[in-house]
Ligand binder design. Structure first.
Ligand SMILES: Nc1ncnc2c1ncn2[C@@H]1O[C@H](COP(=O)(O)OP(=O)(O)OP(=O)(O)O)[C@@H](O)[C@H]1O
Length: 423
């Protein structure tokens, strides 16, 4: 089934703009994940596709017909929610088979279909049990089975795995994709978990405060995030985002200059012939945001001089298979507002204008310390660098990293990617 959203907005009474002018085309058989923080409008968007909510403006069409008429008319659309609604007095087989009873299947046909779906989901041996006798993961599979048994042409799933532990989530992620693809159904899957989005989706749609920020295959949104917001939201460890100024030396290179606090100004050079250099050159004399993923950074000896940054270890985190060093390079971090909080006024269309708020360029606020695990409060101007496990260095230690300048991300003052066409 094809799902088409054209300039869809939803404003709730009271003025909350839950969804803001979203256009999205989900192709038949495609699995699109709606990703974003709590409150960004994912559920509202899904409910409009399900016909449970009417848009304030814009159109939601399923195979060319208004969503509401399709969803209420037939059995083509199935939803799975985070809050499961299994019938407590029915056993697993009856729960899964319930929609078939409605559809008029006889006992034998129903039993066959229930068994096939339950086996595919690994709960074939639990058909006689009541929901109260199942684990959370098993209950989730029953709910999935009840949706699947109808062979719907469109699946709408709203955080179906969020109550489960990490191991189960990862198992079920793979199962859901397999089953949905086997059926050839279209699927829109809502989550705030980027791992789910990046592992399951054919395409990911990233929302912030109701506004669509980026749409594309996982590799695209990860490697070429369209906005500063998406860059900051996706990836683990997070992308480091620093302020820099651009200086062109014609026919030679484009210099990207950082900071100057404590360590002195540092410069990276993009060779003139590099495609990105031409695009950056338009920003000569301006300040931009530069994004570094850990993949672009390699620790090197202190003597290296070619496109390196020097820093000092502010924190170390040991994750067993690797250690992460957070380096102070004396530059200023870009602060990105990642919340999806309520708002009652319409923001600038892209919603990210003005997020290049400068933080105070103060030195390290708290005593330098080392932590064995867990997240620490991000400080201005840190670079996250992957090191070998337990590298035998300490906080305060100087570290030099080589920067692969072809893997940097550049964003303008409006938060738009610099190699994207200007709007
Ligand atoms: N019926 C409603 N009346 C008024 N405001 C609503 C209603 N439903 C949702 N909202 C508001 O609309 C915004 C989007 O909510 P929505 O549930 O779509 O977000 P979400 O991204 O699914 O969040 P979560 O991940 O927390 O479920 C929020 O600010 C929410 O408070």
């Amino acid at each position: 089934m094809e799902v088409l959203l054209r300039d869809v907005s939803k404003v709730f009474p009271g003025g909350t703009v839950a969804v803001d002018t979203v256009s999205l085309d989900v192709r038949p058989g495609e699995l699109v994940v709606l990703l974003g923080p709590s409150g960004c409008g994912k559920t509202t968007l899904l409910r409009m596709v399900a016909g449970l909510e009417l848009p304030t403006s814009g159109q939601v069409m399923l195979d060319g017909r208004p969503a509401r008429s399709v969803a209420f008319a037939g059995r083509d659309v199935a939803m799975v929610f985070q809050e499961l609604a299994l019938y407590r007095h029915m056993n697993v087989a009856e729960n899964i088979g319930f929609p078939l009873r409605w559809a008029g299947f006889d006992d034998v046909a129903r039993h066959e279909k229930v068994l096939a779906v339950a086996s595919a989901l690994g709960i074939g041996g639990l058909l006689e049990r009541r929901p109260s006798q199942l684990s959370g993961g098993q209950r989730q599979r029953v709910a999935m089975g009840r949706a699947l048994v109808r062979n719907p042409r469109l699946f709408l799933m709203d955080e179906p795995l969020s109550d489960l532990d990490a191991q189960l989530r990862s198992e079920l992620r793979a199962e859901i994709v397999e089953v949905v693809k086997d059926l050839g159904s279209t699927c829109i899957y809502v989550t705030h978990d980027q791992t789910e989005a990046l592992t399951m989706a054919d395409r990911v749609a990233i929302l912030k405060r109701g506004v669509l920020q980026d749409l594309g295959p996982p590799t695209q949104v990860y490697t070429r995030p369209a906005t500063l917001y998406v860059a900051a939201f996706l990836g683990n460890p997070r992308m480091n985002l620093m302020e820099a100024s651009v200086g062109v030396v014609l026919d030679e290179y484009v210099g990207i200059r950082f900071g100057g606090q404590g360590v002195g100004e540092q410069e990276l050079r993009l060779p003139w012939l590099h495609m990105q250099a031409r695009m950056l050159a338009r920003y000569h004399g301006e300040r931009i945001a530069v994004g570094f993923r850990a993949e672009a950074l390699t620790p090197v000896g202190a003597g290296e001089t070619d496109n390196v940054l020097h820093g000092r270890v502010r924190y170390l985190e040991h994750h067993g298979h690797e250690s992460l060093a957070y380096l102070d390079i004396g530059s200023t971090a870009v602060q990105v507002d990642e919340t999806g909080h309520d708002r009652t006024t319409r923001p600038a269309r892209r919603g990210v204008r003005g997020i290049l708020a400068r933080l105070n360029s103060r030195p390290v606020r708290e005593p330098v310390e080392e932590r064995i695990s867990g997240r620490h409060q991000r400080q201005p101007g840190e670079l996250t660098v992957r090191l070998a496990p337990y590298p035998g260095i300490a906080t305060g230690h100087p570290v030099t990293v080589a920067v692969d300048v072809t893997r940097l991300h550049f964003f303008d003052q409006a938060g738009d990617r610099i190699d994207m066409p200007r709007r």
